[in-house]
Write a protein that binds this ligand. Structure first.
Ligand SMILES: Cc1cc2nc3c(=O)[nH]c(=O)nc-3n(C[C@H](O)[C@H](O)[C@H](O)COP(=O)(O)OP(=O)(O)OC[C@H]3O[C@@H](n4cnc5c(N)ncnc54)[C@H](O)[C@@H]3O)c2cc1C
Length: 375
């Protein structure tokens, strides 16, 4: 590249940090601002499927994730009483030797990403956001909330589902939609022999995801008509209530949920911005452009892939717009598949049919094998 592009990343989540690392690896030291005054993240875990591990490999952080997380190769399905329904092996992913998914505590993943972004030269400021931006066609002038300012070739909004950058640039026509479901998560100790993820089809679908040799989390997805507010102090009772009807191992774990601070609840929301995800010199990536429900565990995976592709393109010389068009060509179909296939599984859970469990498993296989191909 003849001259280093000046890039501002707004948002230090998985997408923004991954982009800062990717840009650093191609010689671009990005500025990143994060609204939160300290690195905090919900103390639960996240599944990083094979295509996400491949993207972390491109960023040079896959080994750390695999060492500090837990790789599992099998997903097992059970009836709510623990009787086995079946199992499948994770499909191989093009360009990745390892086969499997990696469960990892979110604070650990964040620590890995912050450390790599910093060591690749990103300038990170916490507790700072964008106050205003003006795109004059040749550059974007930005004023920050701490009264400093800067001038950039490209501003990347990686500021999540409720993106302020999206509202500023695209107006308020695009709003996240509540899917009708919520997700409850609880981290607990894992039996040493459990080297697979487990899905239990009971009154509410429950799942167990290994995170380390000794930890796993349990999630349930539930129907929550009207998107009710869940009082923090009652989260443990509310999660336990929603596990009513499960027996066996799930019921045993249910009884461990005694402290509201150990439960994380999230309403499940989606947004899929039509292409292109840029206006002039401002682009959206990650949840800001394509926020999905977690039914295929691909939201963060898509944000990391966005970051890898964008870094690769911004390393090239030439005008910005054709590069952003190439970005859209490479990202749109994959992200659209993830959002739409995730919404579909949620809809089947909301309105079950005699075949919906098998349909959901078949769709999940289709998503996994499609995303296993190169991005
Ligand atoms: C219940 C649940 C389970 C999930 N499980 C999985 C899973 O297993 N696997 C998977 O791949 N994905 C999963 N996801 C999806 C995944 O969490 C998201 O897709 C991913 O975190 C998106 O990353 P992001 O960086 O785009 O956005 P975010 O993680 O939302 O990060 C945005 C960042 O921007 C900051 N910010 C916001 N506004 C501003 C502002 N104005 N200025 C500066 N900074 C700002 C925020 O503080 C935040 O740090 C799950 C999601 C949910 C809800």
């Amino acid at each position: 590249m003849s001259q280093e592009r000046k890039i501002l990343i707004v948002g230090g989540g998985i997408g923004g940090l991954s982009l800062a690392i990717g840009l650093g690896r191609v010689g671009i030291r990005a500025d990143l601002v994060e609204l939160q005054p300290a690195w905090t993240t919900a103390g639960v875990g996240i599944i990083q499927p094979g295509n996400a591990i491949r993207a972390y490999q491109a960023l040079g952080v896959a080994d750390q994730c695999l060492e500090r997380g837990f790789v599992y190769k099998r997903q097992r399905y059970f009836h709510s009483d623990g009787a086995v329904m079946g199992e499948r092996l994770m499909p191989p992913v093009d360009g990745l030797e390892l086969v499997g998914h990696c469960g990892i505590p979110r604070p650990v993943l964040q620590e890995i990403l912050v450390s790599a972004a910093t060591s690749h030269g990103a300038s990170i400021r916490l507790g700072v956001s964008v106050a205003s931006l003006h795109d004059d066609g040749a550059k974007v002038d930005v004023t920050f909330t701490d009264s400093t300012s800067g001038s950039y070739d490209l501003v990347v909004g990686a500021d999540g589902t409720y993106s302020k950058i999206r509202n500023t640039v695209f107006g308020d026509a695009y709003k996240p939609r509540f899917s009708g479901q919520g997700c409850w998560r609880f981290t607990t100790h894992k039996p040493p022999e459990m080297d697979y993820s487990a899905t239990f089809y009971g009154p509410n679908k429950a799942g167990l995801i290994p995170l380390t040799q000794t930890l796993m989390y349990m999630y349930i997805t539930t129907t929550e008509p009207g998107n009710p507010w869940m009082p923090d102090g009652r989260l443990h009772e509310l999660m336990r209530e929603r596990l009513h009807g499960h027996t066996g191992f799930v019921a045993e774990i249910r009884d461990r949920i005694q402290n509201p601070a150990d439960v994380v609840y999230k309403p499940l929301e989606t947004i899929l911005l039509p292409p292109p995800w840029y206006r002039g010199r401002v682009l959206l990536i990650g949840d800001a452009a394509h926020s999905t429900t977690p039914h295929h565990a691909q939201g963060a995976a898509m944000a990391v892939e966005d970051a890898v592709v964008l870094s690769e393109l911004l390393a090239q010389d030439g005008a910005l717009e054709p590069l952003l068009d190439q970005f859209m060509e490479r990202r749109w179909t994959r992200c659209k598949l993830v959002v739409e296939a995730s919404v579909q599984v949620g809809d089947w859970e909301l309105n079950p049919t005699p075949t919906s469990i098998n349909d959901a498993i078949a769709l999940s296989n289709h998503v996994k094998t499609t995303l296993a191909h190169a991005f």
